[in-house]
Design a binder for this molecule. Structure first.
Ligand code: G6P
Length: 479
């Protein structure tokens, strides 16, 4: 692996860099704009950190290297492992199961075996990269077995795990043929973090029902005498680049230009998602299409821009979703477009952050209608850019963000009539009410940014390290 050992090792399915080809055909690695990197960068730099992850391409075998001051330890995955561990078990078994079976999860024993093999590869890399008594922080559902595997290899290190997606109710979780092994994998950590209190509760219930461990208010007693902390740590965004971009004259000019390009509608509605069946894109398109059909909206007055960035394109459920969405967009546009105005401007592309901020500034109404979402950072990004305290956030109650963003217009996306009413109310919301709501939303997002999130998680990890081996102070046992 690598000769130098790091105090702090992050383990995530993906490395925090994107590969771009330079002018002479050489590889250039650019830090990806994700919030996780932004949150962890300062820590990585102060304590000598390393990041273990997959470079995002099959059969790419790379030696550890450095990019923008972060030491990267690439994990190679074969074509078959990408199909079975990443597209299969991670994204066609766990992802749909943990998102309340919006799509039916597929259970295949070979996928599970690949998941175990690949999790072990990540764990071994982390175990050899971390310094004595160091810290390993594992991220997300692709790597749920890694905490226990690292503990077995390196009992001296402190291990954190953060789960970025929902953890389902026991009735659903119990379907997983490998439900006990996954719980045991997670319980290898000293701190197990979830997005919402409900996720932590669901995890507790699964541990009690499946493993019969004693569960306290915020920890679990494991048979090896440990008591990992189980708690909600709602993630957020790095607000600074969003606020700065929103101030830039060229980005503000671009927002005005976008409105002009759309034919100067009175209102612009915006959706921004990975093209994923959990996001409720179909539901919002249906609601909007019905409002046009019923003549309650017109394309001269209102345009809906949907950015749907390509995602997991070789997984069947995603292929079908794309077909369905593109068919409905084409039908609605065919029925309602004029030569000068479009009903839905559908963009199946990813855009740089500058263009995203210009879109947020142009949008009068942001539609976040996920059927289930661990957090939903798009909602927070929109809020962070609106320093004029204008704009309306329509937010599904099934997102983690709904726990915090109480002043949004809340919707149940399954209720199409309710969604239609919420869209109309958002379009017509008086400026004073927009301001009142947006100020409250901004207060929350700006105060609880991603730095606050990583600090609180790392403080909990430091406390876990300090109390190692100590008996549990008489905590309350859950009934
Ligand atoms: C979600 C998951 C992440 C994942 C991301 C993109 O946000 O929580 O772990 O990296 O989606 O999905 P992808 O499959 O492209 O990594």
């Amino acid at each position: 692996m690598t000769s130098r050992q790091a105090e702090f090792v992050v383990v995530a399915n993906r490395l925090p860099v994107d590969r771009v080809i330079g002018p002479d055909g050489e590889d250039i690695w650019r830090t990806s704009p994700g919030g996780l990197v932004a949150a962890l960068e300062p820590v990585m730099h102060t304590v000598d950190g390393a990041w273990v992850g997959w470079p995002g391409q099959a059969d790419l075998v790379l030696e550890p290297f450095e990019a923008n001051g972060i030491r990267l330890i690439p994990i190679a995955l074969s074509e078959q492992e990408v199909a079975e561990y990443y597209e299969g078990f991670s994204n066609d078994t766990i992802w749909p199961l943990y998102h309340d079976v919006i799509a039916p999860p597929q259970f295949h024993r070979e996928w599970w075996e690949a998941y175990v093999t690949v999790n072990r590869r990540f764990a071994e890399a982390a175990a050899s990269a971390v310094a004595e008594n160091g810290t390993v922080w594992v991220h997300d559902y692709q790597l749920q077995l890694v905490p226990a595997m690292v503990r077995e290899l390196r009992p001296d290190v402190t291990i954190g795990y953060f789960h970025h997606i929902p953890f389902p109710a026991h009735g659903l979780y119990a379907q997983l043929p490998w439900r006990d092994q996954v719980l045991q994998g997670l319980l290898g950590a000293d701190v197990i973090g979830f997005q919402r209190a409900q996720d932590a509760t669901n995890f507790h219930t699964a541990v009690r029902r499946r493993l019969h461990h004693e569960v306290r208010a915020s920890s679990v007693d494991t048979p090896d005498g440990r008591w990992p902390l189980v708690k909600a740590f709602p993630i957020s965004i790095d607000t600074t680049p969003y606020r700065e971009l929103a101030q830039r004259p060229d980005i503000r000019a671009r927002a005005v230009e976008i409105r002009q390009e759309l034919g100067n509608p009175r209102r612009i509605l915006l959706g921004v998602d990975r093209l994923d069946y959990t996001k409720g894109i179909r539901h919002r398109i249906k609601a909007y299409g019905e409002l046009l059909d019923q003549g309650r909206l017109s394309v001269e007055d209102v345009t809906f821009v949907q950015v749907a960035s390509p995602s997991r394109e070789r997984v069947d459920a995603y292929v079908h979703l794309r077909d369905e969405i593109e068919l409905s967009v084409a039908r609605i546009n065919g029925d309602h477009d004029t030569t000068g105005h479009t009903a839905i401007r559908y963009l199946h592309q990813g855009f740089p952050r500058e263009e995203m901020v210009a879109l947020y500034l142009a949008a009068d109404v942001m539609l976040v209608t996920a059927l289930r979402d661990g957090m939903n950072l798009v909602a927070k990004e929109y809020v962070a850019t609106r320093d004029d305290n204008r704009g309306v956030l329509v937010l599904s109650e099934f997102t983690g963000a709904a726990d915090e963003l109480r002043s949004a217009v809340r919707v149940n996306p399954h209720d199409i009539e309710g969604l239609k009413e919420a869209i109309l109310a958002a379009i017509e919301m008086p400026p004073a009410e927009q301001g009142r709501r947006m100020r409250a939303l901004r207060k929350r997002v700006l105060e609880h940014d991603v730095r606050a999130w990583s600090t609180s998680f790392l403080d909990a990890l430091a406390a876990a390290r300090a109390r190692r081996g100590a008996p549990h102070p008489q905590g309350e046992t859950e009934s």
